[in-house]
Design a protein around this ligand. Structure first.
Ligand SMILES: Cc1ncc(COP(=O)(O)O)c(C=O)c1O
Length: 359
């Protein structure tokens, strides 16, 4: 007797962390775009104070966090849905908005979660090639057809670190019909927002009442809370009211809610994180140029370097030297390896290992 498995799910790769070869003593994980400074000290204090309450279920609506976010963003709690990381919303939006056979537009060379979750619900991917490692919004708007039910724009983009320009985004949103939800994934928003060319006006569009725009943001990156899993979706009230029906009630745990609320108030930690990220970026630009390697300029806390051969060959050699990185070939960006910025000493050790690997 065969178990009732679905063929399109059976074809999905299960998520497997990279296996570190035996004998490698020191492992530095530069594969997940985390904050090397650690969590916000305010979040850590709040966690310690709340630990004795975990016999209770969390607030299923995460209301205190919603109110704080709404105040910061000039929105109302009804514009916000909290998730077990922004990643949970990628899944829940695919589950709640797509039927098998529906088409979903994304860039070829963008966040792999979209691809996996679209396949998971039996929908069809339309992957639009990028231009200069950046979303080609004109081509993506051209790709919209009768069967299109969802569009993903990752801004800044993972794994290339590139951003779409504010004017291009405005034209794009005007061109996509209002019946088609557009997800703009801004998990790395805080790293890019100071750049005048960055299309960071998405919350303004929501305030103006745009119904088909969905913005995703995360506490995993600049706020340093990846291990607690908190992310959120911003959208019009109608969309939130609908999508919240697909959400498991206690998806954001008590400690995650408490820590995110405290981290949101820790401007100093965000400032320090952005400052050290800029220093790491300058270090890598200089060192990669010295190694004669081309790289994609980044607006995030990671970058992709052109290694001139399949990325997995280089990431495999780096793993033997104790560095976990991501080969982006399977993401649609061939011959590149993506790495997160670590602490200064980790970055120096990584550059030395990369130099040994590629030369
Ligand atoms: C573009 C993008 N979106 C969403 C996520 C998921 O973030 P979270 O940790 O909030 O689930 C990531 C995580 O790496 C990401 O790179």
């Amino acid at each position: 007797m065969t178990l009732p498995f679905k063929s399109h799910i059976a074809k999905l790769p299960a998520y497997k962390p990279p296996a570190v070869p035996p004998g490698v003593e020191r492992v530095i994980d530069l594969s997940s775009n985390e904050n090397p400074l650690g969590p916000s000290p305010k979040a850590m204090a709040a966690l310690q104070a709340a630990v004795g309450t975990v016999n209770r279920y969390p607030d299923a609506s995460s209301m205190a966090l919603k109110v704080a976010l709404a105040e910061r963003l000039g929105l109302i709690p009804g514009n916000i849905g909290l998730g077990n990381g922004a990643d949970e919303w990628v899944l829940l939006l695919c589950l709640s908005l797509l039927e098998p056979g529906d088409e979903v537009i994304m860039a070829k060379g963008s966040f792999i979660s979209y691809l996996l979750r679209v396949i998971e619900v039996g929908a069809k991917l339309v992957q639009v090639p990028m231009k200069d490692h950046t979303h080609d919004l004109e081509a993506m708007a051209d790709a919209v057809g009768d069967k299109t039910r969802l569009v993903f724009v990752c801004n800044p983009n993972n794994p290339t670190g590139t951003v779409v320009n504010a004017d291009a985004m405005e034209v794009f949103l005007e061109r996509v019909p209002e019946r088609i939800p557009v997800v703009v994934d801004e998990a790395y928003y805080e790293y890019a927002v100071a750049d005048p060319g960055y299309a960071g006006r998405s919350v303004d569009y929501l305030r103006d009442g745009r119904k088909n725009l969905i913005v995703l943001r995360s506490f995993s990156k600049v706020y340093g809370l990846a291990g607690l899993r908190v992310g959120y979706m911003l959208a019009g009230e109608e969309m939130i009211d609908y999508a919240e029906r697909a959400r498991p009630p206690f998806n954001v745990n008590r400690l995650a809610q408490v820590a995110a609320l405290a981290a949101l108030d820790d401007d100093e930690h965000v400032r320090r994180s952005l400052e050290s990220n800029e220093a790491a970026k300058r270090f890598f630009y200089r060192e990669l140029a010295a190694l004669g390697l081309r790289y994609i300029p980044t607006h995030t806390n990671f970058m992709a370097v052109d290694v001139g051969r399949p990325g997995s060959e280089v990431s495999g050699s780096l793993l033997e030297r104790g560095f976990i990185t991501t080969a982006t070939d399977g993401w649609g960006v061939p011959n590149h390896v993506r790495f997160s910025f670590g602490a200064p000493e980790e970055n120096a050790a990584f550059i030395a290992a990369l130099g040994e690997t590629v030369n």
